[in-house]
Each structure stands twice: as structure tokens, then as C-alpha cells.
Unconditional design. Structure first.
Length: 71
């Protein structure tokens, strides 16, 4: 399924990025260009990042679980 129509980025691509080192919305956007045009896919990207953080335990510190931003 295509998540970002503007840039033609699929959910598989996003999942692959999240499984291979992307840890936040900015990582995903930088690597894939998803969300860099009209922005209507941002909410879906955030949700995918949030789920990935939950799967990974978001065990670092502080607000990681509630925030999809880097750092
Ligand atoms: S649908 Fe992703 S930037 Fe437009």
C-alpha cells in the first residue's frame, strides 16, 4: 500500500526503514522523502513510527514513547 502518494513511498518501504535504523519521523522523512510535499501522509507516518517505537520498547529515556520526534 502506498502511504505517501506524492513521493510514491509504500508502507513496506517505511517499515523497512524502521527496521533498519530509522527511529523517528525525521529519520523516515529524510530517508524516504515521504511527507516532504503536501504533508497529508504525516499522520500515518507518525503512527507507523509510534508503533515501531512501541515494538522496540522505546526503552531509551523520557518522552520517546509519546513523541515521534528525534532526540
Ligand atoms: S502524500 Fe506524502 S507528502 Fe503528499
Amino acid at each position: 500500500m502506498v502511504v505517501c502518494l506524492c513521493k510514491g513511498v509504500s508502507d513496506k518501504k517505511i517499515k523497512s526503514l524502521l527496521e533498519n535504523g530509522a527511529t523517528c519521523l525525521r529519520d523516515v522523512m529524510t530517508s524516504s522523502q515521504a511527507g516532504s510535499d503536501c504533508g497529508s501522509c504525516i499522520c500515518q507516518l507518525k503512527e507507523m513510527v509510534r508503533k515501531s517505537q512501541q515494538r522496540n520498547g522505546a526503552a531509551t529515556s523520557g518522552n520517546a514513547a509519546s513523541d515521534t520526534n528525534c532526540g
